[in-house]
Design a protein around this ligand. Structure first.
Ligand code: HEM
Length: 174
């Protein structure tokens, strides 16, 4: 499974520009998720109209930071640890990944092509994101120090930032 960073970026740019952009993509994500996987619906308390903006902002941050693993990994570890509070289970990641692939395919095939290399790239990227988040949520204590270095609390949240999904952090100077 290969991840082509140029293709990842290009296809995300297309997702933003085409077929109603990330609003349509994000709303389609939650509509399909709740239809196909109704058991996860009760975990969500933020309405899709707001929640989809957070998911799309985090995808934007991930795509932008994909070549900076020293910033991207702590961001994903913090996000994985935050998901403990949301009662996310490891098995849910496959459902969320399948759902994201399906809505991306639908979204991007409306005004252009959804190709096999695009599918492979997104599958690889989502796989790395899920694996990295799970690594941290499985063993949050092991990531405490790293999270602190990047300004996160042990629970993955931040004291002075209500929207920690928006951007990747730089390590604090020692
Ligand atoms: C691809 C991996 C995922 C990404 C990028 C992602 C992204 C996000 C973001 C950005 C937030 C906003 C709050 C925060 O950042 O702490 C959030 C909240 C949440 N996510 Fe995820 N998530 C992922 C996987 C999952 C999975 C597998 C589930 C399981 C169903 C899940 C369930 C939730 C819930 C329940 C919330 C809180 C919603 C609320 O405020 O009511 N997420 N997610």
């Amino acid at each position: 499974m290969t991840m082509d960073i140029v293709l990842l970026r290009k296809s995300f740019e297309r997702a933003k520009a085409e077929n109603g952009g990330t609003t349509a993509l994000g709303l389609a994500f939650y509509k399909r998720l709740f239809e196909k996987y109704p058991s996860v619906k009760p975990l969500f308390h933020t309405p899709p109209e707001d929640q989809h903006k957070k998911l799309m902002a985090s995808l934007g941050a991930i795509v932008a930071g994909v070549e900076q693993p020293d910033r991207l990994l702590p961001y994903l570890h913090a996000m994985g640890v935050r998901h403990l509070k949301y009662k996310t289970e490891n098995a849910h990641y496959a459902a969320v990944g399948e759902n994201l692939m399906a809505v991306l395919a639908d979204h991007l095939s409306k005004e252009g092509e959804w190709t096999t290399p695009m599918a492979e790239t997104w599958e690889a990227a989502i796989g790395v994101v899920a694996k990295t988040m799970i690594e941290a949520s499985d063993n949050p204590d092991a990531f405490k120090e790293e999270l602190a270095t990047f300004g996160y609390q042990a629970d993955g949240f931040k004291k002075n930032d209500a929207e920690p999904w928006r951007q990747l952090e730089v390590a604090a100077p020692k």
